[in-house]
Design a protein around this ligand. Sequence first.
Ligand SMILES: [Zn+2]
Length: 353
Amino acid sequence: MAITITVDGEKQVLPVEMHVELWRELYIQPSHHNHRVVINGHEINETKEKTVFFKDGDIVTWGSDKSSELGIDGVCPASLPGDFSEKDIIHYSRNMLIPGVGRKGQYCLQQAKVLIIGAGGLGSPAALYLTAAGVGTIGIVDADVVDLSNLQRQIIHNTSNLNEPKVESAQAKLKALNPEVKVNTYHTYVTADNIIDIITDYDFVLDCTDNFQSKFLINDACVLTARPLAHAGIIRFQGQLTTYLPDKGPCYRCLFPDLPPVHTVLTGGRGGVMGALCGIVGSMQALEAIKYFLNVGELLNGYLLKVDGLTMEFRKMKLPRNPDCKFCGKHASADVLPPQWRELFVPKHSTDA
Ligand SMILES: [Zn+2]
């Protein structure tokens, strides 16, 4: 048994037992109604949004006069540098079936490079979901080893990994989940000396750290090198999330201009962190990165999302850009940067507030 599918004149015979679930529905969007869909010689001529059903053994052809507009979901271009193998199509079918994702979106994810700083409560779910989604390159930075007290929330590690560097433990899980994803590890703390070299190899950064010092450093490095950043923080049942896009909104320093005194900050180590909430917020960081690469939806750029795990209230608060921000504002200067970064500073002329 097989379904014969022809896309733009290119015939593919697909075994039903492997593909019937993927191929039995073809979603047609109204903006792409110029597609010709032919099932068993009968043209389905629809100009409205429609799902066309077909069954095992059917011969299905779809295409349009514009060969560049074809794809599995009728949205993405067919002219990708390479095509997906049958195995990849099955693997990522639930991504590709989403209107607006398709083959092009999956290709964009495969090309993406995401750096996750912190392989803990937030980094664990973020790394797992990004890897599962097929993001091509994942970098993980963490200086710690796995401790028993981590396992209440850091779900990428388990009891067999105790005392092992977290980056190695995480890498092993990610490779087992998706061997095709390249996983780079950095068994170190981020510092002013190393962070620029690390993040410039990536397109998107997730701040999954648990201390303000790292958060400020990561923000400043992302502003300096124009890297998008999904920031998150968690304490007890409370979480928060925002995304920085270079020159398109506020940075973390617009919200918190200066590092708070250490004794005023309640850390997870002293105050506690609810693991399931890390799962929610870390997954949302991964989702922000995925949307960025797919160019869909709205990012939390310019908003702070506050998540209350006790009341289940999600509050999205407008986060204005501070025009006087020392790092991203009109008067930003190299003086506020660590000395070793100053030669990278480019004065801003933006009047956007
Ligand atoms: Zn700023």
